[in-house]
Each structure stands twice: as C-alpha cells, then as structure tokens.
Write a protein of this length. Sequence first.
Length: 333
Amino acid sequence: MNNLSFGNLLRRPEAGAFLGLVGVLVFFVVFGSTKFLEPAGAASWLNVAANLGIIALPIGLLMIAGDLDISIGAMIPAGSMTVAVLSGYYELPMWVGMLGALAFGLMVGLVNGYLVVHTAVPSLIVTLGTLFAVQGLMLGTSVLVTGTTSVALTADPWAKFLFGQFLAGSFQVIILWWVAITAIFIFFIHFSPYGNWIFAMGGDKVSARNAGIPTTRLTMVLFVLSAMSASFVGMCQAILFNSAQVSGGMTFIFNSIISVVVGGVLLTGGFGSVIGIFFGTITFAVVNQGIYFTTFDRNWSSLIIGVMLLVAVLMNNTFRQMALTYSPKKKKK
C-alpha cells in the first residue's frame, strides 16, 4: 500500500503531465463543446499526437540522457522523399523505398551519434549541422533527379493498409503504431536495465561510464532511434497523402521538445518517463487543435496555445517540487 501513497504518486514524472492533460481537456470542453471529444473531434488531435509522439519518444530519451537531436526537422521530409523517389519516381518495389527511407535514417543517426561521442561538440551543434546538411541534400538531389521538389507516390495496397489508411474514416493508422511503440519503450525504459543506464547517463555520463555502462554505444543507439523514428513518420505521411515534398518538418523540432518538457522531462537530463512523454504529447496536440472547437478569435490562437502550454509546464514543475519536498507522515504506534 505504501507504493500507492499520495507522495509516491506525486514523485512520478508523469503525475503533473497527466493532471495538465486533464486540465486542458476540461478547458476545451467548457469553452468549446463536447464535439471536441466525439470521434471526428478526437481524430483531429489524436492524428497530430500520433505523428508527433513517435518522434517525441526518442527525443525524450535523448534529453533524459543529456543530449538533443534537432535534425529530425530534416529527417521527416527526407523519409518522405526517399520512399517517394525510389518507389514513386523510379517505380521500385514498395518495400525497397520503405527500407531506403529507414536506412537513410539509420545512416544519419549513426553520423550524429558518432560525432557526438567522438568529439567535444555538443549534440545541439552536431544535429544543427546535420539538419541543414540533410535539408540541402534532399533539395539538391530532388531537383537534380526529378526536376521538382514534390514527388507523387502510389503505394501498394498492403503498404496503404499498414501505414497510410484512415480507420473509421478519420483516425490515421499511425495512431496504432504510436501506441505499440510507446508500449515497447515503456518496457525497455522502465522494466529493463537499459532504462536505468539512460537515467544514469543523464545524471553524470562520466560516472556512468566508470560504472561500466556502455555510454558510447547507448548514445549512438538513441540517435539512431531518433533519426529512424522521424524517417518512419515521414514515410507514413508520404504513403498516406500519396506525395512527398522537400519542405516541412521544421515545426516538429520545437513541438517535440515542448511535448517532452510538458511530459515532465528535465532539460538538464536524468528525470522523466515514457508515460509522461505520452501524456505530454497528447496535451500539446489537444491545445494545438482545441482552439478550433471554441468561439475564440483565431487571431488569438497562438497566444492561447502559448499560455496554456506554459501553465501545463508550470503545473508539472510544481508537482515535481511537491514530490521532492513531500514526506509521508509516520504512523503512530
């Protein structure tokens, strides 16, 4: 029973994220309408949350480990363009284009990880460089090969079924992928030694390395997961919308970081949870889409979104501080 005490619940990184999510849901139901929670309304923010959430998960783990990857802004259109050029423009088998998109993500992730662990350059600067490098590579290659910056793609039925269909007419199938990937991350981070290693790296990498944790290998794995996740989302978008463009993806950089922070992950590393990131992503998606279900002037939408996200972050921080100062009352004998 002690594990279910109020203090222990508050100590959970996802406690503030969950309450923040409940708060924004209540806000939009009160100032909007219940249509926000009906299937068509829920699809609007769940679709956003799923695409963002698959990227936010590895970004959150990188932040827990004390690193950051902003090259995802270029990896999303890179994943889209790779599968579209290979399987659309060159008409290669669909699985070839999909493997090509994921392989490109693997390559960029390895480059990011290698540079971070073998140089003294911060991960922010390294991934900023790869962000622009991948952007330039995609733009130059697309114009050189196809003569345009937009490529059409007609996916095979099996690929459309698995990665690019709408369920019940409104829900993108990537929502199921998001839930499945979240479950896998929860297992490995919270129920296996790998999670403790990542948290130890965020606390002190030198001490973690001295304790025998393979920090170099684990850092590279995290950067690979980040790049491949972004490439996967881009691939799914190309299959869903039957086309790909070299632009787009930049908003995912800040949106994913906001979702992770709202989810309870510290920018300084060493603190957070997968469930918290999951809740934080939904919170951001709800705030982002909920404005359209209210009577508020759309010109004020950015202000409302910014204020509500700040409130969610402050609430998360407040509950974290309460957790740190909480001490259970001793039972009288």
